[in-house]
Write a protein that binds this ligand. Structure first.
Ligand code: NAD
Length: 512
């Protein structure tokens, strides 16, 4: 019998993946930025950080690259994104695995994140032949009025740990076809996947041939390196994904220098379960939306309003699912809930649960699962918290698997509570009643950027515009007409007459 092989340590597997993906050893060994895998809590890399001077240089290079890239025809720019999509397809298994090891996602979610990158590349390739403007009716004879769309400049991207690769691609694929260059500051918690994406992009650039040097820049480090991007006047557009606290710092700085901001901030997403809901479907949708990615998605379901008439049919079943779900090492078959990203996430979760108990809530689950990895790995049982009323910690986003449940009797109340939080990202209603569904989607219903019927709030497709209102920041990325944020619009009026009629009938006769 051949001897069973011991599983690779996370550090060894990561080193092998990085090598296969084309990341040089020097980029992730011997540097100042310590990277831990949440899977085992062990240190897996020491990444070389970007200095402030290097960051300024990278932005300068991207600024020069933009001046050349904006003159490349958009469909040709799309060819680079097509090649990027091809390289991502080839690297999907390895990059998805790296996402699992660096961010702790279960394999299907790690691979799904890379698929999202591929999807947005496909979308952007098509878009590269559809950057259209309008022709407008003009009030003047023998005139023509139209809109043209032009590249904007360097697009800065700051991203969060929980979508370590997809968020860059939402921005980069669109920005590239729109004629912008891109400089990326990924989360300090997930620099390895960023290095891998950068290496994959270099292969696409090499195959493309002739793209300007510095078209895609990468800055690695803490928030101070992000601040360099925020403060540089050569960056006219910045997409910042992360907490609302981050947005409060970044947003005013961008506004002060009149830069365009795409803010993709925190969510506190809710769903309403009405008397007519299909409870089997609802149960499955809630389970994925609330526990998937260990509650660490911006669109995670955090608040559930259940009608009194179905509460007892749904919530005990949900509590059972919470009690049974497999929490553990995401590399193990059957695991649905992987680790929290770090100790701070664990502490934040315990604090919110403590506050819930203090206000008399019933808490199911929430305790630490011991014995996986080192003491720096944080696994928890997802928590279901039955609240007596809509108040306390439910009003803020705790980035962990906590689902608060509140009983309601009137849809008016449920919608009011639904909208009574700072964030406005994603939302759902579960109902077979067309009046309730339409009301939820109407101007008097959900106040979120995403509103769904009979699917949960998380797991958006790239074809729609993604983002939310209020403290979520108001930005939109990915599909629909989000591309317009990456370009500047010019209104052109052309006079092909011999006269000079002025708008609004104004006359201005000079004696010449
Ligand atoms: P975070 O705010 O701690 O960090 C996000 C990024 O911002 C990091 O790269 C960080 O270095 C950088 N940053 C922080 N402060 C900065 C500053 N003052 N100047 C420049 N850069 C700064 O967020 P996180 O813990 O990595 O991610 C979790 C949060 O992100 C949650 O609130 C989640 O809801 C949110 N999120 C939102 C979306 C969305 O699309 N709306 C998507 C993913 C995550």
């Amino acid at each position: 019998m051949p001897e069973a092989q011991a599983p690779l340590s996370v550090a060894t597997e990561i080193a092998q993946l990085l090598q296969r993906l084309g990341v040089p050893d020097a980029a992730h060994t011997g540097g100042e930025l310590t990277v831990r895998s949440p899977v085992t809590g062990e240190v897996v890399a020491q990444v070389r950080q970007t200095s402030t001077a290097e960051a300024t240089g990278t932005i300068g290079q991207a600024h020069e690259a933009f001046k050349a890239w904006r003159n490349v025809p958009a469909p040709r720019r799309g060819e680079l994104v097509r090649l990027l999509g091809e390289e991502l397809r080839a690297a999907k298994a390895d990059l998805g695995r790296l996402v699992t090891l660096e961010a702790g996602k279960i394999p299907t979610e790690g691979a799904g994140e890379v698929q999202e990158m591929i999807d947005i590349c496909d979308f952007a390739v098509g878009l590269s032949r559809q950057l259209y403007g309008l022709t407008l009716a003009t009030e003047r004879a023998e005139h023509r009025m139209m809109e043209t769309w032009h590249p904007l400049g360097v697009c800065g991207v700051i991203s969060a740990f929980n979508f370590p690769v997809a968020v860059w691609s939402w921005n980069a694929a669109l920005a590239l076809v729109c004629g912008d260059s891109v400089v990326w500051k990924p989360s300090e918690k997930t620099p390895l996947t960023a290095l891998a994406v950068h290496a994959i992009a270099q292969r696409a650039l090499a195959r493309f041939g002739g793209a300007p040097e510095g078209l895609l820049g990468l800055l690695l480090g803490q928030r101070d390196i992000g601040e360099v991007l925020v403060d540089d006047h050569r960056v006219p557009i910045l997409s910042a994904t992360g907490s609302t606290a981050m947005g409060r710092q970044v947003g005013p700085k961008l506004a002060a220098r009149f830069a365009r901001a795409i803010l993709e901030l925190g969510g506190n997403n809710a769903a309403i379960v009405t008397p007519s809901a299909d409870l089997d479907l609802t149960l499955r949708a809630i389970a994925f939306s609330a526990m998937g990615t260990a509650g660490q998605r911006c669109t995670t379901l955090r608040r559930l309003f259940v009608h009194d008439s179905v509460y007892d049919a749904l919530v005990p079943k949900l509590a059972k699912v919470y009690g049974n779900v497999q929490v553990g090492d995401p590399r193990e078959a059957g695991t649905l809930v992987g680790p929290l990203i770090d100790r701070a996430a664990f502490d934040g979760m315990q604090k919110a649960l403590g506050e819930s108990r203090e206000i008399g809530a019933t808490v199911h689950g929430g305790q630490r699962v011991e014995g996986i990895g080192t003491q720096d790995a944080f696994y928890v049982r997802p928590a279901l918290v039955e609240l007596k009323s809509h108040g306390g910690p439910v009003l803020r986003e705790t980035f962990a698997p906590i689902l608060y449940v509140v009983r309601y009797t009137s849809l008016d109340d449920a919608i009011e509570w639904h909208n009574a939080v700072g964030a406005g990202l994603s939302s759902s209603i579960f109902t077979l009643n067309v009046r309730e569904a339409e009301r939820f989607l109407s101007s008097a219903g959900s106040d979120c950027g995403i509103a769904n019927v009979n699917i949960g709030p998380s797991g958006a497709e790239i074809g729609g515009a993604f983002g939310g209102e209020k403290e979520t920041g108001g930005g939109r990325e990915a599909g629909s007409d989000s591309w317009k944020a990456y370009m500047r619009r010019a209104t052109n009026t052309i006079n092909y007459s011999t006269a000079l009629p002025l708008a609004q009938g104004v006359t201005f006769e000079i004696n010449d």
